[in-house]
Structure formats: C-alpha cells, structure tokens
Design a protein around this ligand. Sequence first.
Ligand code: KG4
Ligand code: ZN
Length: 341
Amino acid sequence: MENRYILGIESSCDDTSAAILCNNKLLSNVIASQAVHAEFGGVVPELASRAHQQNIIPVITTALRRAGIEKEQLSAVVFTRGPGLLGSLLVGTSFAKALSLGLNIPMVEIDHMQAHILAHFIQNSEGSKPMPSFPFLCLTVSGGHTQIVRIDDYFKMEVLGQTIDDAAGEAFDKVAKIMSLPYPGGPFVDKLAKEGNPYAFSFPKPSIPGLDFSFSGLKTSFLYFLRDRLKEDPQFIEKHKNDLCASIQHSIITILMDKLNKAVKHTGIKQVAIAGGVSANSGLRNAMTKMNETQGWITFIPEFHFTTDNAAMIAIAGYYKFLNNDFAQQSATPYSRSGSR
Ligand code: KG4
Ligand code: ZN
C-alpha cells in the first residue's frame, strides 16, 4: 500500500499538539503545554485560545521537521472538532481548513473522546505493539469525562455508563486544590500517594445504579472530613498529606474499578483498555494489571505520552476515517459538548 502521511492537530483544551503518522506508525508527536493556567488554578479559556494561536505554527513546523517530511507530502489533515473549549477548538479547526485548501488535500474531523480510545491503535516503528481486537471495553477517564465505552469497530462505540456529575480527573484536581496542591492536581496526588497508606482514611462510596459514576459526593465528604480535622489540628493536612493522597486516590480507583468489573461481567468482554489523562495514574494502572493476573482480563494500558491530550491520537483516528473516505466539509464548526453537534 502507498505510504500515507497524516497530520493530526489537537487544540481542544490547554495543549497545542501536532503529530505525523506514516499510515498507522507514529513519526512525531509534539505537545506545547500551557503553563499560564497554573497560577489561576484552572484553564482560563481566553488565555488558552491566545496561546494556541501563538503555538500552532511552531508546533506543526516542528512535527513536520521531526518526521522528516515536507508539508507537500501530506495526504490529509485531521483536527479535533470537539468536545472542548470553543475558542481553543476554533484555532485548530481554522488552521486545518486553511491547510486543506492551501495544499488541496482532504481534511478529517475527529471527536476527542473517540480519539483517546483509538490511541491504542498507534503503532510503534517496529509495528510490534499489541493492539485490542473488537469488541473491547474502555474506561475513558479525563478532566472532563468519565465513561465506560464498548467498542465494536473503530467508529462504532457505545457509552455504557458515565459520570452524572464530576469527572474522575476533576475529582483528582478538586481534592488536590483542597490540599493546596498545584493545578492540575492529579499527577501531584499520584506522586504523594506512592509514599502514603491507602487505608489510612476511608470515605463513603456512592451508590449509583448501573454503570454510571458519581464523584461530587466524595469531594464533599473529603472537604468536610478535612474541615473537622483542621479544627482540632491546623497542621493536619501537612502532617498527613501522603496518607490523604493515597486514601482519596484509593477511593477514586475503587469506584472506577468496581464499575469496570461490573461492565466486564455484564458484557462478557474481557479485553479492557483505559484511556485519557487519568489513565496515567499509577494506582489505576496497577489495579488494571492486577485484574490481568486475578481475573484473566486482557488489559491495554496506554504509554504515558498517549494518556493526556496529544495529537497522535487525533492522527490515528483520522487515518482510519481517511481509509473510509470519511472527509470533513469546509463548513464544519467546532462543538463544545458531546452530542451538541
Ligand atoms: O485527557 P486530559 O489530558 O484532558 C482532558 O481531556 O480533560 O486529562 C487531564 C486530567 C486532569 O484532570 C489531570 O489531573 C488528570 O488528567 N491526570 C491525572 C494524572 N495525570 C493527569 N490524574 C491522576 N493521576 C495522574 N497521574
Ligand atoms: Zn482529553
């Protein structure tokens, strides 16, 4: 088969990223993260879109250079159409449209959440990475989403359950904020949890029917628990930070794994993947590996650089749509939420 060079562009939130694939093999994946948001304790949409504007040309130029190709060799340009911040999405979408017209190549639009899942199909340069076969289940856990998805084909996906309030990443970030850890807090909780006891403190588990999740109650009980302890000892957080991180992380992972286990039993599908920013969490990765050993699951855990937002996942998803001749129109507009197209 003829070599197809695919450019992926991701700009849905606070990472500007560009990646180049040759068919399903990754040649380069460049990510410019935006430090500007840390001091505000969350992503500031207006600042995010301005930073995307500044970063997009250097990021794409670097991705092409690292891949060792010229833009004229590209077969298609792929962009994230949503969900995400509209101003941020507009930067990637508009750039893709201009490039498509300028180079006279087709463009492909991709849903960010589907791309997190399809990151499991990015092949290494030897083409030797094990990949899931259909059907498989995926726990997609990011800053904005928490879903259990059944995947029957590249673009035939069904959401079996999802959060009814906060996302798992949001839960990590909110408890981190309560403990005055920097934003985004997930990686900091993960790091401190490694030194703590996951059974030091326990927090009530939500009882939500089916395969749906809820995390807002956990955050509230963590807040009230600390408020009471701080009354007795203003140094409580400082003294117990590692144990607090280990315990709250353990609670979040238990909620996730219980539902995932339920989904496996319910569907009989034992190929199980995790995806999204929270799939970088070492506790969650260990819990998955354990299920491999004890329950006979065949698990797929993404490489670290494919967990948080990146354009390699956009490019691979686009490659499969490209093979289906499923192209986007110049009239395509970004959407902020899943289902709001
Ligand atoms: O997928 P992602 O990069 O962006 C969204 O699409 O939301 O996910 C970002 C989320 C943040 O909430 C961040 O705190 C969380 O992923 N995260 C982690 C870890 N690394 C990133 N949460 C827990 N442990 C980690 N190691
Ligand atoms: Zn994401």
